[in-house]
Ligand binder design. Structure first.
Ligand code: HEM
Length: 488
């Protein structure tokens, strides 16, 4: 029944949309709240540019905008980019904003992994993952695995493209690099999706289908995507195929890890913790744990590197400063040297401010609440925090908010300037702050340095770079470049 209502609303919206758009040209982005269908027509009109649309709505309404969905569809959402609200939701009133059942429903493919978990299970994930990432053996492991991957796969692949003089899609290269890297760290297995043959590794590509489908689950009525799932069509079919690809890839790695219980590994640490929990299916739990970290490690870092190379290709003076800093570091950049690269750090932060890979967060209060902006929230009200939009708010970052200025991140004494996480929430804020931040900076700096030391990178003429509709901010058509080797 709900499905018929939703189809009816959708058709009505489309009709209204065409009537409205043919008669009106309005100076404001704020959508009309139509009877019955709510603001769906405005959304449909902007469906190809959701992140920028959210930015316009937030900017025109002082940072917080109430979006109205169709009647009976439970799709009303509060969009906020107000730093005080972010601080309240992520930190000060954290206990009232668990991921919750609505988030779990949308992100069900992630199972019981850290992104989906709340309360005790989340604490177990957080504690165990943190102790692995801060273990004395971890950074040498990380450094070796990044260096090996750069030397044995990244540089030979880039050399190949540069010698052939053909275009290369850097987004694809970075996704493969970060996928192989995180698999090596978490599963002790490098699937070598990045190598001269550039093979299709089903599990690696499955992540792209997942992040697309999950955004659509946010904006489609639940009845619609559930029906698609039941019929096995559209983006839901891709999600089901992705889930199978993840199982086929991860379970054999979990089996192998179980044969080496004494090796320093994340799965072994989790296995020990699980001995105290009788009600957990440990294989499934380890699969979910690995999958969540693979998603965290592949897409975010890969997307940031992509946007970074695009931004510096448009800002030659910033690129020159980065090259100078890298040249001063010597040929091989390691963990220690990467920490001293202040300008490159600023350029990466600036990339993350303008193109945060996790473009939005989804929260719902367990109990009614009042946000610092004065907005009342009912229990389970949907709140969308657009991290993409926060970095583009004049009220937060000033008049030059849309400009790429790495200098913004450097203090007068030449040190990295710290910004509060509710103003710069690319890595989230409060108790659920990203656990891979330090690791991500090291990886991104080592990769950027390895490439910029050896190649001039030129964007292919006419190649258009724009954000794709996805929960991870990738570029729509990749990043097509040509590479020419620098001769010293
Ligand atoms: C540029 C790179 C990265 C960015 C921008 C980033 C951003 C984020 C964001 C926004 C969240 C919150 C997600 C949510 O709760 O819905 C998060 C959580 C997390 N990130 Fe990252 N991340 C990056 C790299 C990494 C890497 C390389 C890892 C390592 C595997 C990692 C591990 C995690 C973990 C484990 C969490 C869950 C924290 C929790 O819920 O307590 N991240 N990250």
């Amino acid at each position: 029944m709900a499905f018929f209502f939703e189809c009816f609303f959708l058709s009505l919206s489309i009709i209204l949309l065409f009537v409205w758009s043919s008669r009106h040209r309005r100076a404001t982005s704020l959508p009309t709240n139509w009877p019955v269908v709510g603001m769906v027509p405005g959304l449909l009109l902007n469906i190809h540019r959701l992140h920028d649309y959210a930015t316009e709505l937030a900017a025109e309404s002082g940072g917080t905008f109430q979006w109205k969905g169709p009647l009976f569809c439970n799709m009303d959402m509060l969009l906020t980019t107000n730093p005080a609200n972010i601080h309240h939701i992520f930190s000060r009133n954290f206990s009232n904003y668990p991921k919750g059942p609505e988030f779990n429903k949308i992100f069900d493919i992630l199972g019981d992994g850290i992104f989906n978990a709340d309360f005790q299970i989340w604490e177990l994930h957080r504690r165990t993952t943190l102790s692995f990432f801060t273990h004395l053996d971890f950074y040498p492991l990380l450094e070796n695995s990044i260096s090996d991957k750069i030397q044995h796969d990244l540089l030979p692949v880039l050399d190949h493209f540069s010698q052939a003089g053909t275009d290369v899609d850097l987004q694809d290269v970075f996704q493969r690099f970060t996928f192989d890297g995180i698999c090596k760290l978490i599963l002790n297995h490098d699937p070598r999706s990045l190598c001269l043959d550039m093979p299709l590794v089903a599990c690696e590509k499955a992540f792209n289908d997942v992040v697309d489908a999950l955004l659509y689950r946010h904006i489609l009525p639940e009845g619609v995507w559930r029906l698609q799932k039941r019929l096995g069509i559209g983006k839901e079919r891709k999600l089901m195929e992705a889930s199978r690809a993840f199982d086929d890839f991860i379970y054999p790695c979990v089996d192998r890890a179980e044969e080496e219980p004494d090796r320093f590994s994340l799965l072994a640490s989790f296995k020990k913790e699980l001995q105290h929990m009788t009600n957990q299916n440990s294989k499934k739990f380890l699969r979910d744990t690995a999958l969540n970290l693979m998603l965290a490690g592949r897409d975010t870092t890969g997307a940031t590197l992509t946007w970074f190379f695009w931004l510096i290709s448009r800002h030659p003076s910033s690129e020159a400063k980065i090259r100078e800093e890298i040249d001063n570091c010597g040929r091989r950049v390691d963990v220690q040297k990467s920490r001293g690269m202040v300008y490159l750090h600023g350029a990466l932060c600036e990339t993350l401010r303008l193109y945060p890979p996790v473009a939005l967060e989804h929260k719902a209060p367990m109990r009614p609440d009042i946000l610092p902006c004065g907005k009342h929230l009912e229990e389970n009200a949907k709140v969308i925090i657009s991290l993409y939009t926060v970095g583009r708010m004049e009220s937060v970052w000033g008049k030059d908010c849309l400009e790429f200025k790495p200098e913004r991140w450097i203090s007068p004494s030449g040190k990295i300037k710290h910004e509060a996480s509710y103003k710069f929430p690319a890595f989230n804020a409060g108790p659920r702050t990203c656990l891979g931040k330090e690791m991500a900076f090291i990886q991104m700096k080592m990769v950027a340095a390895a490439i910029l030391q050896r190649y001039r990178v030129k964007l292919v003429e006419g190649h258009v770079v724009s954000p794709r509709n996805s929960v991870i901010l990738q570029t729509e058509h990749g990043l097509k470049v040509t590479l020419s080797k620098i001769i010293y």
